[in-house]
Design a protein around this ligand. Structure first.
Ligand code: COA
Length: 372
């Protein structure tokens, strides 16, 4: 059977970004207003006072220093505190399509391919802008690609699941040139008024091009294997869905946004991801020491450090497990691909590398590659 290779990657980064200090200043203004507006109830003990956030806490707890967003102004407007996104007509491209196309064109250029070569588009990400038509089909049309397209959502692990799906289609001969696109507008599902998580997400879009190994130039990454797993957990949850308008009683607005039990996620996902990588490498006859680089999902700096440490059995270097979350925050499914996109040029022919993504579900996926 043909083996598949990653022949190009692309990244779209929004032009606007928000530093921790800017974010915290807006959040604390909101807290002061809330507490002043509820002073009597707080005094009576009927309402709990809100507490300030702090940049020091954010960096220490997560490693995040800033995040790119599609609309800085709306997020930092204390009366709104979420992106302001212009409603578009059905005849205009959606925002997700626009971001995805930009990342896809870069991936095609990196691989020396044109949009007409593409015969499969998978949009793999956490949040779809609408139910249907699929964003992937919209992107297929916008690019002028052939073949077929579909959306899939496996939260932060989506890109790994998408890469396996695309590599399988290529191996089986159903596609010859497949794009896996992860446009993430996480700023739209984040509760910017929740102190526990208001700092964790950012926006970005990535694209990965997958072709038969024989079609890949030297410098492409042959996919040696993919492995996926899921295990049900409510510790990361978003109740937004098409039945919300029918539900009685109606859910509160903040129940339709992202929420998590961060501590539990940290504790439970570290072993899932590290054991997945170790087992996958062993079954491919590789030891962790033979892996030049680990592109891990970017949610928390200490978490990634611990996963890499468990895999290697020693302290990992930044060169072995590069970090982009300091600048991008958690961009959900795009995170591990951003790390791959930015930190692959120095990998030598014959060297192995691993992309591993993990998140809500729980879900986790690893992709083991070797540079051609
Ligand atoms: N500013 C200041 N203090 C804050 C704060 C903020 N923004 N948010 C919480 N705190 C306080 C808490 O009230 C708590 O205080 P206490 O000890 O007096 O009770 C303390 O800081 C610790 O809070 P906690 O929520 O336990 O922090 P944490 O160390 O677990 O860090 C995360 C929070 C979210 C950064 C961390 O748990 C994490 O990243 N987990 C992994 C999440 C993940 O991978 N998710 C995948 C999503 S795709």
């Amino acid at each position: 059977m043909t083996t598949a290779a990653i022949t190009g990657t692309g990244l779209f980064t929004p032009a606007q970004s928000i530093s921790n200090d800017d974010l915290v200043a807006c959040f604390n203004q909101y807290v002061d207003r809330y507490n002043a507006g509820h002073a009597d109830a707080i005094e009576r003990g009927d309402v709990a006072a809100l507490a300030h956030s702090s940049s020091e806490f954010i960096v220490k707890a997560s490693g995040i220093k800033s995040r790119y967003v599609v609309d800085r102004e709306g997020i930092l407007d204390v009366d709104w505190m979420r992106p302001r996104i212009q409603t578009r007509g059905d005849d205009q491209p959606s925002l997700m399509c626009e971001m995805g196309v930009k990342a896809a064109r870069q991936a095609l250029q990196a691989a020396g391919r044109s949009a007409e070569d593409v015969d499969l588009v998978i949009v793999a990400c956490s949040n779809m802008q609408r139910g249907y038509p699929a964003i992937a089909v919209e992107i297929q049309g916008a690019l002028g690609a052939r073949g077929f397209a579909y959306d899939m959502n496996v939260a932060c692990a989506s890109a790994a699941f998408g890469i396996q799906a695309a590599a399988d289609e290529v191996r089986l001969g159903h596609a010859r040139c497949a794009l896996v696109i992860s446009p993430e507008i996480c700023s739209g599902h984040l509760n910017w008024r929740n102190r526990d998580c208001h700092f964790i997400f950012g926006d970005a879009a990535t694209a990965v091009l997958i072709e038969p190994r024989a079609a890949g130039r030297s410098g492409a990454f042959e996919i040696l294997g993919t492995r996926l797993l899921t295990q049900f957990s409510n510790n990361i949850r978003n109740n937004l869905g098409f039945l919300n308008a029918c539900e009685r009683p109606q859910r509160s607005w903040d129940d339709l946004l992202f929420r998590q039990e961060g501590r539990k996620v940290f504790k439970e996902v570290v072993p899932i991801a590290s054991e997945l990588i170790v087992g996958h490498l062993a079954d491919l006859g590789l030891s962790p020491e033979q892996v030049r680089r680990f592109w891990l999902h970017q949610a928390n700096l200490s978490m990634n450090h611990l996963i890499a440490k468990r895999v290697l059995g020693r302290e990992p270097s930044l060169e072995e497990a590069p970090v982009i979350l300091d600048e991008y925050a958690n961009t959900s499914s795009a995170g591990s691909v951003i790390a791959f996109h930015k930190y692959h040029a120095d990998i030598q022919s014959g060297e192995a590398a691993v992309l591993c993504a993990f998140g809500a579900g729980y879900s986790a996926g690893s992709v083991v590659m070797r540079r051609l």
